[in-house]
Design a protein around this ligand. Structure first.
Ligand code: DON
Length: 575
């Protein structure tokens, strides 16, 4: 019987989809999207990198929770189910659209440099950067912000108690998760980083050092205890209680500089998002200490004067214009961007349409300008390697776009003894020495130099796009320096190229970050296109697929979710 039903489902759904497509032909807003998006729903939608976490979020929406409730529960759950990026020992950014007030806020829970941090802390006696120190040692960790950030989001914009929001994560850590193929592969890939630290090895590998195979159960007892403590005592358990004590003790032992004082002094910042417009849509994204929102809007501003809709997606002309705009933006990033509390970022200048027009005039339509011929510019004067993204929309009109990270997969690899909490290596996002690239090849100078209490510059770009003043597209991605360009391409694919959210997500991507001077292209472009780009002077390099967007689109009361197929295990699910 079951076979008979499934035998019929396929042809019936194809006929239905063709019918739907035919009915809606010409209705741009719903036609192709309705047919092609892999997840659709009317009450709400959750898209995350890990399917158990997605289900946690959907369950909360089903019980009447709002998007922030779901997002916070997802954030805690991912710390258990996606240990390479979900975290308690890292930091991130959450963009919230609050339907009641009609306003958006950017919650900045980025890590900070400890009070004892100094500018040259990663240089050796000869003044050379010691990557080992900024990436894989206890010194690489910034003061974590996640617990404070998620708790604050819940308190201000959620409806659940912290206890309720933490319950699914506690259960997953205590009872264990069924290991997926994606997790086995990830742990194997990062074995070297993890087994250096006995406390970490003990959690993520078996006693004999062997790996967890798919379908085996991974329990995280210490992490469960930490989560329980937070549920009972609130974020103070982490910042001014037993967890913080353990963390600081571990730091002392491993040579890290984070103290109890640093933890006590950690503050989440509620920031005004950075705003721009693109072809009638409003773009609301993350302000500094992320570079993401500013450069996303800057690139969109440059491209707005070009008719890329007519030039077409993936055409040499469109790709050329995109690459040249990216270079100009990333050059500016190297000079102008840093923590706004320590550096005056010329934000309004960088996102102004006038400045974009000026930059646009520098683009040679036929030739790639070599990176060395591009310098950071002066914006028109105006007064004044694992991360994870998730998106949630609910039936009440709220939307959450959240990107958070440990920086690399599993961060520094260090678990503070007794806590089960992996610590970030976000300090590598600072510019350890002017002109010396960080792990993502990004360079910077004074604006992003290390200073006590400062937040390292980020590229994370949780974004909400509004159409007719209503949340239309919620998106974001991991990918280090490529986060900005990945998010950009989802927006261009949806707005300019009118792709379904699924197609927008799947479409091959490009990336240029000024330095190194290379145009990275994912597999999937026509050889002829790549040849034309090379002929224009682009140093085209084929790369592994990058980014992992988790996006939701809302059109005419219906939610469309799409998880990036580039990484295993993700799920967009609605109800
Ligand atoms: O904040 C940033 O820009 C980086 N720490 C993000 C790292 C990242 O996305 C790695 N993921 N693949």
């Amino acid at each position: 019987m079951r076979r008979r039903i499934s035998f019929w489902i396929f042809p019936v759904s194809v006929v239905f989809l063709i019918f739907l497509a035919a009915c809606m032909h010409g209705q741009r807003d719903s036609a192709s999207w309705a047919v092609l998006s892999p997840a659709t729903a009317v009450n709400g939608m959750v898209a995350t990198q890990e399917s158990l976490a997605t289900q946690v979020g959907v369950q909360i929406l089903k019980q009447g929770g709002n998007a922030v409730d779901a997002a916070v529960a997802v954030g805690f759950a991912l710390a258990v189910t996606l240990p390479q990026a979900g975290n308690l020992g890292g930091g991130g950014f959450m963009m919230v659209h609050d339907a009641k007030s009609g306003k958006q806020v950017a919650i900045d829970y980025r890590e900070t440099a400890p009070a004892s941090a100094v500018k040259d802390m990663y240089l050796d006696a000869n003044g050379n950067v010691v990557e080992e120190r900024s990436r894989f040692s206890a010194l690489s960790a910034g003061v974590p912000g996640t617990v404070a950030g998620l708790s604050l989001a819940l308190e201000r914009y959620g409806t659940l108690t912290l206890k309720k929001a933490l319950a699914p994560a506690i259960r997953l850590a205590e009872e264990g998760i069924v290991v997926t193929e994606a997790l086995t592969t990830s742990l194997e890939k990062h074995r070297e980083t993890l087994i250096r630290w006995p406390e970490t090895a003990k959690i993520f590998f078996k006693a004999d050092g062997s790996s967890y195979a798919p379908n085996e159960v991974l329990r995280q007892k210490d992490l469960a205890k930490s989560l329980r403590k937070i549920a009972e005592e609130g974020p103070a358990a982490f910042y001014n209680g037993s967890i913080g004590e353990k963390l600081a003790a571990d730091m002392r032992q491993q040579g890290g500089w984070i103290t109890r004082e640093d933890l006590r002094n950690y503050r989440v910042k509620i920031r005004e998002p950075v705003r721009g417009t693109y072809r009638g849509h409003e773009i609301v994204s993350m302000p500094p200490p992320s570079s993401g929102g500013i450069h996303l809007i800057q690139i969109l501003n440059i491209l707005e004067s070009e008719n890329i809709q007519v030039l077409g997606a993936a055409s040499p002309d469109t790709l050329h214009l995109m690459a040249e705009s990216m270079k100009l933006a990333y050059a500016d990033r190297s000079l102008h961007l840093g923590d706004p509390e320590f550096w005056k970022v010329p934000m309004r200048g960088l996102i102004s349409k006038t400045y974009a027009r000026k930059l646009g005039q520098l683009i040679d339509k036929k030739r790639a300008t070599p990176a060395e011929a591009i310098k950071p510019h002066n914006p028109v004067p105006y007064e004044s390697r694992e991360t994870t993204h998730f998106s949630v929309m609910d039936r009440y009109g709220n939307a959450v776009s959240n990107t958070y990270t440990l920086n690399f997969s599993y961060g520094s690899g260090i678990v503070a003894a007794g806590t089960g909490i992996l610590l970030n290596n976000e300090m590598d996002d600072f510019s350890a020495k002017p002109g010396v690239p960080n792990a993502y090849g990004l360079i910077g100078g004074q604006a992003n130099a290390i200073e006590p209490g400062k937040r390292p510059l980020s590229s994370m770009s949780p974004t909400i796009v509004f159409r007719n003043k209503k949340p239309f597209l919620v998106t974001g991605s991991p990918g280090g320096s490529r986060i900005i360009t990945t998010t950009l391409q989802i927006i261009l694919n949806v707005i300019d190229h009118e792709m379904s959210l699924a197609d927008a997500t799947h479409a091959a991507r490009i990336h240029h970050q000024w330095l190194p001077d290379r145009l990275e292209v994912e597999p999937g472009f026509a050889p002829e296109t790549l040849k034309k780009l090379k002929n224009r002077g682009h140093r085209v390099e084929l790369t592994e697929p990058f980014g992992s967007t988790q996006s939701i689109l809302k059109i005419e009361g219906r939610f469309y979710g799409a998880s990036d197929p580039r990484r295993k295990g993700a799920l967009a699910l609605g109800h």
